[in-house]
Ligand binder design. Structure first.
Ligand code: MG
Length: 157
């Protein structure tokens, strides 16, 4: 078995759609990023890449590469899960926490799990939690959203 940990944060800005957990959420701001800025999927990707011992998301999807400009993070996650499968690993569990003052994440968590499942991680192996930061720091002030993820990979082949 292998465990991996991932963290990411992105700035909230006006004029961008909010893509989080592979779905669009109704909100007045969106996450700034070279890709779609999906901070939750980026944390999950870094957890899986970490468990594989293959560096980090920046090594696989450099933000200097125009291919990943406005790219779907879900498509990137699919590639990362493909690396795990190619290495003979199943993604057995993913647990994550989104830190956001707004919007509320819980009403969308099931929809996010279904979207993430299209990457090859089973929906029943994903848990999504959310917290505010009690008004403290950049997340608390609504300047950005952060996400943490851990994953368990199991060798199956
Ligand atoms: Mg990121």
């Amino acid at each position: 078995m292998r465990i991996g940990f991932g963290y990411d944060s992105h700035r909230l800005v006006e004029g961008r759609r909010l893509i989080l957990g592979g779905v669009e959420l109704p909100f007045e701001k969106g996450l700034l990023g070279h890709s779609d800025g999906d901070v939750l999927l980026h944390a999950i990707m870094d957890a899986v890449i970490g468990a594989l011992g293959m560096g980090d998301i920046g090594r696989h999807f450099p933000d200097t590469d125009p291919r990943w400009k406005d790219a779907s993070s879900l498509a990137m996650l699919k590639q990362v899960v493909g690396l795990a499968h190619a290495g003979g690993f199943a993604v057995s569990w993913v647990d994550c926490t989104v830190v956001a003052e707004a919007p509320k994440i819980a009403p969308h968590a099931e929809r996010m799990k279904e979207a993430i499942a299209s990457s090859g991680i089973p929906a029943e192996a994903i848990n999504i939690k959310a917290k505010t930061n009690e008004g403290m720091g950049f997340t608390g002030r609504g300047e950005g959203i952060a996400a943490y993820a851990v994953c368990l990979l199991t060798k199956v082949a």
